[in-house]
Design a binder for this molecule. Structure first.
Ligand SMILES: Cc1cc2nc3c(=O)[nH]c(=O)nc-3n(C[C@H](O)[C@H](O)[C@H](O)COP(=O)(O)OP(=O)(O)OC[C@H]3O[C@@H](n4cnc5c(N)ncnc54)[C@H](O)[C@@H]3O)c2cc1C
Length: 471
């Protein structure tokens, strides 16, 4: 039986176009939903990386804790089961704005913490007993056209200023082309840090790992509200999960649907198209032997991954923002957007003009008003939150979960003094101002990219759009 969001256990219904969950080789039967009241020490809302890693670190630090996770659909239903698979050494806020806001010393500590998370990722997976096709690939940011070079040079200069340029190297057009045979390539910034994972294997593997440590997971169970204070609990239609120590809210882009969290984050969609596995001859034409996390410097962002089974994944910003921060799955089935993305792959590599695209899907990532992730725990209200990783949550959620577990569990992680450990962020504007502002910026960034692509003059409002979208 295919069933989601209800009470009957059956096979989970993956999202349209899914690749990662289907290929995770996991048992895809829905776990039992909540049926009655339960008392635990820590109740967690959300079965993605944030919720599951928090449970993992909590139980690794204190195996006697009673932990329960409430997940509306299934573990990996959200961004954790839909992403590009980059385990990025880059923090959600870029180095220059980090320095501007917190100074050089703190900026360097934040970036080192993120890099260490990626550096230790493989070890953590081994500890959790998860084979998620983790590969240390490095990162290759390319410039396509002269106009994209400045951004790479600026990034490199900022790394130099922070004393963190070791392992980063600028490449000229010829050397960059030898790395990856992309048309119009004019240079690259190569970083030895950075890795890729199979997100489906990671999120599904994590669910088993936390169950093995004693956590209970209730899938097909929607949290209707979160109670704080003495009666802290997650309240669902079919029961209440009472928490003596903390309720951890880890719902990321879906939080605007929950009372008390409606304007903490903005759900931004991102879309992905995936090719069939390439033949050896096709890979010869593509280059990209290192399988680095690959991107160019467009305003609308893009990310490419060479998957473990030899496909090309191309992702970029997706459908327009929906009024009221809605996160409907059907809004992510935009054939026009998918076709433009497929065209981009063919344009980057004309040798792939006949390649078949097997999958196309989208997902929602959570954007805070100031682009800064948040970890917060208030022992009085017993409420903990971790969220707001924009498109860099694979590694950042892991780091934030380690901090959350330490705060709730009562031990030090060394991350306490970093600026993402803070009060909850400034809220997004009320509608319709939110809709108007976000739609304008999305449209303007696409116009800037189109003008640059066609070597036309930039739109007159480019500075305004860049100012409004700056971190
Ligand atoms: C298309 C796409 C590509 C991306 N690519 C990358 C990438 O390559 N690298 C990178 O670092 N990051 C990437 N990201 C971002 C990254 O995937 C996320 O930041 C990360 O997965 C967030 O994990 P999470 O657990 O916080 O949220 P999610 O994985 O979204 O999990 C939240 C969970 O909470 C559940 N939930 C929400 N509300 C309720 C409720 N009321 N009751 C019960 N359950 C609820 C949801 O069903 C969901 O399963 C991408 C995101 C998308 C969408």
């Amino acid at each position: 039986m295919n069933h989601i969001g209800g009470v009957a256990a059956g096979q989970i219904e993956t999202i349209s176009g899914d690749h990662w969950i289907t290929s995770s080789q996991d048992d895809l039967r829905l776990r039992r939903p909540l049926d009655g009241d339960v008392a635990v020490d820590v109740a967690i809302l959300g079965g993605g990386f944030s919720g599951l890693w928090t449970a993992f670190h909590l139980l690794s630090g204190n195996p006697s804790l009673r932990v329960a996770i409430v997940e509306r659909r299934f573990c990996g239903y959200g961004a954790s089961g839909r992403n590009g698979g980059w385990c990025s050494p880059r923090f959600p806020v870029d180095p220059a704005p980090l320095i501007r806001r917190y100074g050089v010393h703190v900026a360097r500590r934040v970036m080192e913490a993120q890099q260490n998370t990626v550096g230790n990722f493989g070890e953590m997976l081994a500890k959790a007993g998860i084979d998620a096709e983790f590969r240390h690939t490095g990162l290759l940011s390319i410039a396509r056209g002269e106009q994209q070079l400045a951004s790479l040079q600026k990034t490199f200069a900022t790394y130099e200023a922070l004393g963190l340029n070791e392992g980063n190297r600028l490449m000229g057009a010829q050397e960059a082309f030898e790395q990856v045979h992309v048309t119009k390539i004019s240079g690259a910034l190569h970083s030895v840090r950075g890795a890729t994972v199979h997100p489906g294997k990671l999120v599904r593997g994590l669910a088993h790992a936390v169950e093995a440590l004693g956590a209970r997971i209730f899938e097909g169970t929607e949290a209707l509200s979160v109670r704080r204070g003495q009666d802290a609990a997650i309240c669902c239609e079919t029961g209440i999960v009472r928490a003596s120590r903390a309720v951890v809210v880890a719902g990321e882009a879906y939080l605007p649907g929950l009372s008390g969290f409606r304007r903490d984050l903005l759900p931004m969609s991102s879309m992905i198209v995936l090719t069939e596995p390439l033949s050896d001859a096709q890979w010869e034409a593509v280059g990209w032997r290192g399988g680095e996390c690959l991107s160019s410097q467009v305003h609308t962002k893009n990310y490419l991954t060479r998957t473990g089974d030899g496909r090309i994944l191309y992702g970029s910003r997706g459908a327009p923002y929906h009024f009221g921060s809605a996160t409907r799955d059907d809004a992510l089935q935009d054939d026009a957007v998918f076709e433009t993305m497929r065209d981009t792959v063919r344009e980057w590599w004309p040798a792939l003009s006949d390649i078949t695209f097997t999958n196309a899907w989208g997902g929602y990532l959570g954007v805070p008003r100031d682009w800064m992730p948040t970890v917060h725990f208030d022992p009085d209200s017993k409420l903990a939150v971790l969220y707001g990783y924009t498109g860099r949550g694979v590694s950042t959620s892991t780091m934030c979960a380690r901090l959350t577990a330490g705060l709730v569990g009562g031990w030090q992680t060394g991350l306490e003094g970093l600026p993402f450990h803070r009060a909850r962020p400034r809220k997004w504007e009320v509608e319709p101002f939110r809709w108007g502002g976000v739609r304008y910026v999305q449209n303007a960034l696409a116009r800037i990219d189109a003008a640059e692509e066609q070597s036309r003059a930039r739109p007159i409002d480019a500075p305004l759009a860049e100012y409004l979208s700056a971190q």
